[in-house]
Design a protein around this ligand. Structure first.
Ligand code: CDP
Length: 235
């Protein structure tokens, strides 16, 4: 019998975690959860309410208003996921550079993490979840059956994010994109609470020279073994 497992994919910004996690979830019939979207939604709330400007965050002000924030991930009929902030579809607005420039300091606030980790754990309770983020294997699901730490060199990550932004009509220089990724990597990996780090039992995958399909196939093989399926015949 095929057993359901939880899969944690952590790693640096823009190394393709969400693309690969989405592909895995869809092929396994699992639920995909983009934990970064949840942090981005809180960052958007902070911006909209004047609690975040550039890189300065009014942390006590945001913490005092956390109870006003309702973040929901809804599955569309085509299987894609949409992020809702207080009932409003914010899937596009959370991907802007404005949000990217404040999301890491917002995510470093312990109370923000406590709130979102609780929601994330509830979603993974029944297993059958692929979740990507920074602390999934270390904090959210420390007993996830498969943990992957995905990374790629900064030039390649910058290139991928630049292409993605261009395709959405967002024009930025490569330098600006790379700067934002390295700023976020630094804040994410040096913050006090749940810093980005490879869990001891996570498998390190550097996909600098793999495309999304190759990365997905590589991780899927490991998932099949852990689900107790033969890699030739399993679904
Ligand atoms: O897609 P990208 O790699 O740019 O980032 P993301 O997954 O959307 O996450 C945006 C930000 O949210 C990260 O830079 C972290 O600051 C924060 N985050 C976090 O702290 N913990 C998570 N589990 C997921 C995201």
């Amino acid at each position: 019998m095929k057993k359901k497992i939880n899969i944690a994919i952590d790693g640096h910004s823009a190394c393709g975690k969400s693309t690969v996690a989405r592909m895995l979830a869809s092929s396994l019939g699992y639920l995909y959860i983009d934990s970064g979207a949840m942090y981005r939604a809180v960052a958007l709330f902070a911006l909209e309410q004047g609690l975040a400007k550039e890189k300065s965050i009014d942390a006590p002000g945001l913490v005092a208003r956390l109870h006003e924030i309702d973040v929901l991930l809804k599955r569309n009929t085509d299987g894609s996921i949409c992020t809702f902030l207080n009932g409003e579809d914010v899937e596009e607005s959370i991907r802007t550079m404005r949000v990217s420039s404040v999301v890491s300091p917002v995510s470093a606030i312990p109370e923000v993490r406590t709130k979102l980790v609780e929601l994330q754990r509830a979603m993974g309770k029944e297993k059958g979840v692929v979740m990507d983020g920074r602390d999934i294997g270390t904090v959210v699901f420390p007993s996830a059956e498969l943990k992957v730490f995905l990374t790629a060199n900064i030039a390649e990550r910058g290139r991928r994010r630049w292409v993605e932004l261009e395709s959405k009509g967002v024009h930025m220089t490569m330098n600006e994109v790379v700067q934002n990724l390295s700023d976020r990597d630094l804040i994410d990996s040096t913050r006090k609470v749940s810093p980005l780090r490879q869990s001891e039992d996570a498998i390190l995958v550097d996909n600098s020279s793999m495309d999304a399909l190759q990365t997905y196939q590589y991780i899927k093989k490991m998932a099949k073994v852990l689900k107790g399926e033969d890699s030739e015949t399993g679904a």
